[in-house]
Design a protein around this ligand. Structure first.
Ligand code: ZN
Ligand code: ZN
Length: 266
């Protein structure tokens, strides 16, 4: 069903498993035409071992995927990307790795906020009223760099909120508007579906994707893409989750792009 997936991790982030090649073999076995690796970005002078690989792994990541590109040439397209947060400190670095093609593309997965001293000051999975605005501002600043080709789980800031009040929907609308302005597709994150529904306040729901976000995005005219957010090779062909994602898109009348164009920063 899914021809292209641009959201795939590797063991280097320390919370994914399997060999890089296993992800490609799974993609081939599932009849896919393209797979993009987008491991959590390794950053110079910054360590966050539970979230991302050390910067010293980066060259091996690049080499490993380049080897797979050669090995599977003619069978499947393989892309070499990274998933990064809206860390303004590293915007020049993002531009640099796109310019020198160490990364063919970046996706925006805005999990946390960093200050100018390279310290993580907020985790957006456990948001507060003020942090949802920080999520918005950092994500929009990131989109503005034109370095990001997909906005992964854009509704991440809604994950653990029991109610979607006016502030929450304002943030949603501002994010959607920016995604349209900068022409960045919004990802329907299949990882969130695969993880199942959780009790949040008085509702049982996925942490993401959230219908409230995507219905608004459709109304406003945003574009959409699926992302597997695979952290294990067998998640590529998880038919149950993948079918539920198709049903989600169908239910809310979301047209899904099969491929995306890569942005290179401006
Ligand atoms: Zn991850
Ligand atoms: Zn991811």
């Amino acid at each position: 069903m899914l021809k292209y997936n641009y959201h795939t991790h590797t063991y280097r982030c320390n919370h994914a498993i399997g060999e890089d090649e296993d992800y490609v073999l799974e993609a081939l076995a599932n009849g896919m035409q393209g797979i993009g690796f987008s491991d959590h970005i390794m950053l110079p002078d910054f360590s966050e071992p539970a979230i991302r690989g050390e910067y010293s792994c980066f060259r091996d990541y690049v080499d490993s995927i380049d080897k797979l590109k050669k090995k599977f040439e003619g069978q499947i397209k393989i892309f070499r990307g990274l998933e990064a947060e809206g860390f303004a400190y590293y915007f020049p670095y993002f531009k640099e790795i796109l310019a020198c093609n160490d990364a063919e593309y970046l996706i925006l997965g805005n999990h946390s906020m960093m200050n100018n001293h390279r310290q993580i000051i907020t985790h957006f999975g456990q948001p507060t009223v003020s942090s949802i605005y920080a999520y918005r501002d950092t994500a929009i600043a990131a989109m503005k760099t034109m370095c990001f080709s997909i906005f992964a789980h854009p509704d991440y800031f809604m994950s653990s909120l029991p109610i979607f009040d006016r502030d929450v929907m304002k943030v949603a609308a501002d994010l959607i508007e920016a995604s349209i302005l900068y022409d960045i597709p919004l990802e329907i994150n299949i990882g969130g579906i695969r993880n199942g529904k959780k009790q949040i306040g008085d509702k049982k729901r996925y942490l993401y994707p959230n219908p409230e976000f995507f219905v608004l995005a459709r109304k406003m005219g945003a574009r959409f893409v699926f992302g597997l957010d695979a952290h294990a090779p067998n998640q590529i062909g998880d038919d149950e989750a993948n079918c539920l994602a198709v049903r989600f898109a169908h239910q809310y009348d979301l047209q899904i792009l099969e491929t995306v164009e890569f942005k290179k920063g401006k």
